[in-house]
Design a protein around this ligand. Structure first.
Ligand SMILES: Cc1cc2nc3c(=O)[nH]c(=O)nc-3n(C[C@H](O)[C@H](O)[C@H](O)COP(=O)(O)OP(=O)(O)OC[C@H]3O[C@@H](n4cnc5c(N)ncnc54)[C@H](O)[C@@H]3O)c2cc1C
Length: 397
């Protein structure tokens, strides 16, 4: 949508957006189910480090239409709930546990001066020590991603906390954490009414005429320097914003890229809406417990002001969901699955996407956004990348 809007603003109007679904928004959509605002792609909150993205979103949906929250995110560790992230809040655990965690932290590889490892599991052990890894990081990540952590790359680790041993010890002794060190946004915006969908609707309003709904790209053929899509649409340029691995067959299963396409993987989620009483102010809670199917639970009424009280939704990896019985102490209202949720950072994925993009770009097929670039981008980053892409292309004439 941002690509479409920005190209049009730059004077390019011969655009057609193909959308497989019957409405716009993809993972950012929400639905009202029995009075509950359900973000059907999982928990969605708006924040950004890019001023131009704030300006872009707020120029379509006024800032007054949002509530601004200080994030209240928790982790269920053993039988206790503490603040996120674990390493900054070890002091909230019972004393015996706190001691065990601190011993493990000071034995970590970084503090002992050992070289920085290259695979994800070894890296988190090196950075945070064995106990945080075994009790939280490994089970949580394996639940979420659905792959073993030793098959994952380290290149997305800017997403996780970067505190060092001195800071962890300081927080424990002072019984408080420095929130400026948190890895993710500590504040977020959420629309006062209508869920995250309000943002989608505001952005889609002027683009609807350019979107062809219920049209899935199932065949892409490159003939005489032009692309033919689904045997009927012809164009010079195509911009892909869907998972590349889903385009392998539509692109004619290019043999020279088979190994690269195989490294492009994504997980799927099941989103389960429940009713359950709660009186706290938490926005969401991470659940590393391997015996529980879901990995995160969201307390909707605490961030969606117009949502009915006592609405909770759970995110579960779809494969786990299929294998385990969901045990949750609430009343199930509704369930919905996402087709593609997170790009999985398997080892080698960065080289693979680089090869794919470099192969297709000279042919006029580009990749932009979370899926087109196959990166763990939030919506704001995908918007930003779309803006930058349009600027680059317009500059090139
Ligand atoms: C659990 C979860 C939580 C998240 N939380 C946040 C958050 O808090 N804040 C935030 O900013 N971002 C968050 N994100 C990220 C955000 O959802 C994405 O960055 C954003 O949705 C990317 O938009 P997109 O249009 O590129 O892709 P998508 O939203 O995935 O949309 C892809 C679209 O392509 C369509 N499509 C797929 N295949 C085809 C085909 N062959 N032909 C035609 N159409 C096709 C689909 O129907 C879909 O509409 C979260 C994502 C997940 C999974």
């Amino acid at each position: 949508m941002t690509l479409c809007k920005k190209f049009r603003e730059a004077g390019v109007n011969n655009i057609l957006v193909l959308e497989a679904a019957d409405q716009a928004g993809g993972l950012c959509r929400s639905e009202n189910i029995d009075g509950h605002q359900l973000d059907i792609g999982g928990g969605h909150f708006f924040h950004t480090k890019y001023p131009e993205v704030f300006e872009y979103v707020f120029s379509h949906l006024s800032k007054d239409e949002f509530r601004y929250y200080e994030r209240v995110s928790k982790i269920a560790l053993g039988g206790i709930t503490i603040d996120y992230p674990v390493e900054s809040n070890i002091w909230q655990l019972p004393l015996e546990e706190e001691i065990q965690y601190l011993i493990s932290v000071v034995r970590n590889g970084e503090f002992q001066g050992r070289p920085e490892p290259k695979n994800y599991e070894e890296w988190i052990r090196w950075k945070l020590g064995d106990k945080i890894c075994d009790d939280y990081m490994i089970p949580y990540n394996e639940k979420l991603w659905g792959v073993k952590v030793d098959q994952m790359d380290c290149d997305w680790l800017y997403k996780i906390p970067q505190v060092n041993v001195e800071e962890i010890l300081k927080y424990s002794l002072e019984r408080k954490a420095d929130v400026r060190k948190f890895p993710a946004h500590i504040h977020f915006y959420y629309p006062m009414k209508g869920g995250f969908q309000r943002i989608v609707d505001a952005l889609a309003e002027d683009e609807k005429h350019y979107i062809q709904f219920k049209t899935k790209a199932v065949k892409l053929e490159n003939r005489d320097k032009r692309w033919v899509i689904n045997k009927e649409l012809e164009t010079k340029y195509v911009i892909n914003t869907v998972p590349w691995n889903s385009l392998y067959e539509p692109l004619g299963a290019p043999e020279e890229l088979t190994a690269d396409f195989a490294k492009i993987q994504y997980n799927r989620l099941m989103i389960s809406l429940y009713e359950k009483q709660y009186t706290h102010n938490w926005h969401w809670r991470y659940i590393p417990d391997i015996h529980k199917t879901y990995h995160r639970e969201f307390f909707i009424h605490n961030f969606a002001a117009d949502s009915k009280e006592n609405g909770v939704y759970l995110e579960s990896n779809l494969d786990r969901y299929r294998q385990q019985t969901m045990k949750y102490n609430g009343k199930l209202i509704y369930e919905v699955r996402t087709e593609a949720a997170y790009p999985i950072p398997v080892i080698g994925h960065q080289n693979a996407i680089k090869h794919i993009l470099e192969y297709y770009e000279p042919k006029g097929l580009f990749g932009v956004g979370r899926w087109g670039q196959h990166q763990y981008q939030n919506a704001d980053v995908s918007m930003y990348e779309a803006m930058k892409f349009v600027e680059r292309r317009i500059d090139k004439g």
